[in-house]
Design a protein around this ligand. Sequence first.
Ligand code: CA
Length: 226
Amino acid sequence: MRLLVIEDEERLAASLVRGLSAVGYAVDVAHDGVTGLHLAREHPYGAVLLDIMLPGLNGYQVCARLRAEGNDVPVLMLTAKSGEYDEAEGLDTGADDYLAKPFSYVVLEARLRALLRRGGARTPAVLEAGDLWLDPARRACGRGETVIALTPKEFGVLESLLRRGDEVVSKQDLLDEVWSADFTGDPNIVQVYISAVRRKIDGPFGTETIETVRGGGYRIRESSPS
Ligand code: CA
């Protein structure tokens, strides 16, 4: 799951990136409203953490423009002091929730999960292919009764594939969805993670859930022939 943080306080932004990355999110950062709006238009983020007082465009303006363009990405507003945030104005501009600084990291993560669950109401809560299941809200995965432990990136790769049903997902799409925009390494990292996921979800079960498609993509097989 990829998030966008739009926050001009660089230390706070950096600590958000560290904390959120540690629990498995890919995180992009913008330090002003114009750059943030641009990124939010370009990438399909799971959620946006949006500061209110920002250079360029303020948080209300960023949110209002996204909504006017039909972008319904979940938005969590971050407000510097109680009273700064006008709840009516926030709701008018289409924010989903807000949090007053300073906030505890635990509370932030809980709000974010709640937001992602609500935002995810359009798709089934638990993603499935045959007896393989993946629950984004609980960050859990398994096959039948057997729970499978995945690293955050492995989880992200499998979640992206399952969300597309039986569509082919290109390596570039997986890079865009699971790795942050500042990733400059070898794109073949995707293959490395696909192999790792296969070893966990298929190897021990004699299944072949992830099909490699000629031309550089992957697809979930609904029925997994062995
Ligand atoms: Ca600010």
